[in-house]
Design a protein around this ligand. Structure first.
Ligand code: HEC
Length: 106
């Protein structure tokens, strides 16, 4: 009995510490990203900067987060406006950009 009482809080601690802080802070953006942006930004399709590519994203971020929001909303070269999903709201697109940038820069 004593072991179980200790094991449960210990497991909880491990899970809580192991969960990615950025994923928690950007939970809404993560969902939008997974459903609409991942398809190109995971494999780097058509020259899309890859998720987690710190070098590529640090350069892009130097333009300013606002400029990246505008690119995602309005399109940028091969990057379709709103990732091709015109039904996404501005907030959803921006939250997905913020998630991808947070995961991909220091
Ligand atoms: C059809 C493939 C595709 C999808 C889907 C897509 N992207 Fe992109 N994205 C690209 C490509 C390609 C580029 C690189 C464009 C360039 O630099 O010429 C890019 C670039 C970007 C950039 C950098 C723009 C800049 O100014 O440097 C951001 C931010 C971005 N995408 C956000 C998103 C978000 C958010 C979504 C989902 C809502 C998304 N993308 C979905 C292909 C895609």
């Amino acid at each position: 009995m004593k072991n179980i009482a200790l094991t449960i809080p210990a497991l909880f601690l491990i899970v809580a510490c192991g969960a990615d802080k950025i994923d928690q802070e950007h939970a809404a953006g993560k969902l939008v990203w997974e459903a609409n942006c991942q398809v190109c930004h995971m494999p780097g399709l058509a020259g899309a900067p890859k998720m987690g590519d710190k070098e590529a994203w640090t350069k892009r971020k130097a333009k300013g987060l606002e400029a990246l929001h505008q690119s995602a909303l309005n399109g940028f070269n091969e990057m379709p406006a709103r990732g091709g999903k015109s039904e996404l709201t501005d907030e959803e697109v921006i939250s997905a950009v913020n998630y991808m940038v947070a995961k991909s820069t220091k």
